[in-house]
Design a protein around this ligand. Structure first.
Ligand code: ACM
Length: 643
């Protein structure tokens, strides 16, 4: 009776008392051995730290919890810091002041565990940055990459070039989306109602010091040679045209550009003591270089065969300058084009191929492939998420990323420095929205960067991350509500059985190079598309889709349907109409029904529509012909269902 009462009481208060063990810790430690007994402590556990020489790695730690207290062994302050993070997670989750006796041995898998913050598209407060640094430290992340410059605004004061922040840091529109849709102008700082902002050097130094105390290095990124519209509006003489609002790439033929970049980088390196300076290098159009007399002269003088080599010339030159100050450059994987600079570290984002190529060439690499690490994609069903750049990247898909691939050179794996979570912020206007996009997905990257692959387990991670998110919310973080995740499209999870499944598809118009999904089997593989057209389940066409399915025998048919997707941002539209035809002999087809589209091409949200024909017929062949409604747009179809 008394037991029943106790259980009822515990259920009511929800508080089963238990000694806290290390099973809650994120990232999961390398080695844990549980032992008998518990350590009961007072206000705080007693922790005795000893430093050992030459036995443990720089971020490594060992914890021994016995009935008498906690002993920590480390060889460095970072190791001590991480041991305390582990203990903090255990004590904060425990609901009694007891720790399970155990031995923990822990060390990071990779030395680089990064988080990227895009402060250009929307400016972020210093408090926001510090708050993310606090969270990073909890999960043993150790690099914060600040994307300080881009077309949408320059964000750090540079004494030599004051118009970078009195002008290029400001714009008339608050949101990137409105600015991008308009004339993409900049504005004077003192103008009424302008949006923007920048950090003073003092603020950046404050941030560097704040991060340093948490064993996190701040890596500044100064974009070159492209993504530099804002610089070239403030200092038009640095572009090929010499006019504002004409160029996005620096003019590589102009010595003043190197003077500019060297002065800027000098001031940046005075503020940021980081080993690495990120120099961008991505997505240069290089178009004006082909006709610019100065660029052409440079190519002739330097014996450069093409504009890729011209970019490479610039990166090499900047690398020499950065190296001369005792630092090293990181660049996005495009810096491979035209030849890598000798000491450069490559940040692989377009996939992992660039990173693997760089490793093969003996370069260090940081992996941040868009498919797993770009947190700007939507993290749950788009109908209940804030507007994003598109795509679908739920926590599980981030977590399953394995940085070491079979195709990597086994003798060069030491060049794989680690991983990074990136959040581009075109659609992420507020600080709290940014936080929501990071957490918990950045925690998954933190575990991938720290924990050994054999210790990773998705189900167990989800179990650990839920209470962690509750703790974060209690501390004032805005996080995704993982407990109420909707998940992938329901049919995409289960697949679909139907009469055409596994049957041959005849393409009356050829499959195109992009978005081939499962090739000729895509429309009859029973695999239904998910929330994004890039999930290898949707086949994409820049033409009509016109296919005939051979059911192999004459059958009763009552339904023919296929689902299309519309997302106007990247140019994905519904068909204008779909003709469904049937035939017994494969030669003479009879039109069953024309299904017309009724969704406007202006609808902004992600939409799905089934174009379906109901019939009562007998046939062996089913032809499904979708007509494109715009000259430029894609059609995406996942399956042609016949029943
Ligand atoms: C990038 O996403 N352009 C690096």
């Amino acid at each position: 009776m008394r037991n029943h009462l106790l259980i009822a009481l515990l259920l009511l208060t929800g508080s089963f008392a238990f000694a806290q063990g290390p099973e809650v810790v994120i990232p999961r430690p390398s080695e844990v051995i549980l032992s008998e007994g518990v350590y009961t402590y007072g206000q705080e556990p007693s922790v005795k730290v000893s430093y050992v020489k030459g036995k443990l790695g720089p971020e490594e730690y060992q914890i021994s919890i016995t009935k008498r207290g906690v002993k920590v062994k480390v060889s460095s302050a970072a190791g001590e810091f991480y041991a305390l993070q582990t203990l903090a997670q255990m004590t904060q989750q425990g609901n009694v002041k007891q720790l399970q006796c155990c031995e923990i041995k822990d060390a990071p898998r990779f030395p680089y565990r990064g988080l990227h913050v895009d402060v250009s598209r929307h400016f972020r407060s210093l408090d926001f940055l510090k708050k993310q640094i606090d969270a990073m430290a909890m999960f043993k992340m150790n690099r914060i990459h600040l994307h300080l410059t881009d077309a949408a605004g320059w964000r750090m004061h540079i004494d030599s070039y004051p118009r970078l922040t009195s002008f290029a840091a400001w714009r008339p529109q608050h949101t990137w989306k409105e600015w991008w849709a308009g004339e993409r102008l900049y504005a004077e700082e003192e103008q009424d109602g302008v949006y923007g902002g920048y950090y003073t050097k003092e603020q950046m130094r404050e941030l560097v010091e704040y991060a340093r105390q948490k064993y996190i290095e701040v890596i500044p990124e100064i974009e070159m040679p492209s993504h530099s519209e804002e610089v070239l509006a403030a200092y038009p003489e640095l572009g090929c045209s010499g006019e504002a609002y004409k160029d996005s790439d620096f003019c590589i033929g102009n010595e003043a550009v190197f003077e500019f970049l060297e002065k800027v980088l000098t001031e940046v390196m005075e503020v940021f003591p980081s080993k690495y300076i990120h120099i961008g290098g991505d997505e240069a159009g290089k178009k004006h270089w082909k006709t610019c007399p100065k660029c052409q002269q440079r190519m002739q003088d330097e014996g450069l065969a093409n504009v890729d080599e011209l970019q490479s010339y610039m990166i090499h030159r900047i690398e020499r300058f950065v190296n001369s100050k005792g630092r090293q450059i990181i660049g996005w994987d495009e810096i491979l084009e035209g030849g890598l600079a000798p000491e450069a570290t490559v940040m692989s984002w377009r996939g992992t191929e660039g990173g693997i190529e760089a490793m093969n060439q003996g370069h260090d690499v940081i992996m941040t492939p868009g498919r797993y690490c770009y947190l700007d994609h939507t993290q749950d069903a788009p109908f209940q998420e804030p507007e994003s750049i598109g795509g679908y990247l739920p926590l599980d898909s981030v977590y399953v990323y394995e940085p070491v691939e079979a195709s990597m050179p086994q003798d060069k794996l030491h060049h794989l420095l680690g991983v990074q979570a990136n959040l581009w912020s075109e659609y992420v206007v507020t600080d709290s929205h940014a936080e929501y996009m990071y957490w918990p997905r950045a925690i998954a990257i933190a575990e991938t960067g720290w924990s050994q692959p054999q210790n990773k387990d998705l189900k167990d991670f989800r179990r650990r991350v839920l209470p962690m998110l509750e703790q974060m919310r209690a501390k004032g973080y805005t996080t995704f509500d993982l407990a109420n995740e909707y998940g992938e499209r329901k049919l995409a999870q289960t697949g679909l059985d139907h009469k055409a499944k596994g049957k041959k598809v005849i393409y009356n118009k050829p499959i195109q190079d992009w978005y081939q999904a499962n090739g000729e089997r895509t429309f009859t593989d029973g695999v239904i598309g998910g929330w994004t057209y890039s999930d290898n389940r949707w086949q994409g066409f820049l033409s009509d889709i016109d296919v005939t399915i051979d059911l192999e025998s004459i059958q009763q048919i009552s339904y023919v349907g296929g689902t299309f997707m519309q997302l106007i941002g990247p140019g994905v539209f519904m068909p204008q109409k779909v003709d469904v035809l049937v035939s017994v002999d494969g030669e003479n087809f009879e039109l069953v029904q024309t299904v017309w589209n009724d969704i406007p091409t202006t609808a902004e949200q992600l939409l799905f529509k089934e174009f379906q024909a109901i019939c009562d017929c007998k046939a062996r062949y089913v032809r499904y012909h979708a007509y494109r409604s715009t000259k430029r747009g894609f059609l995406f179809l996942d399956e042609v269902v016949v029943n």
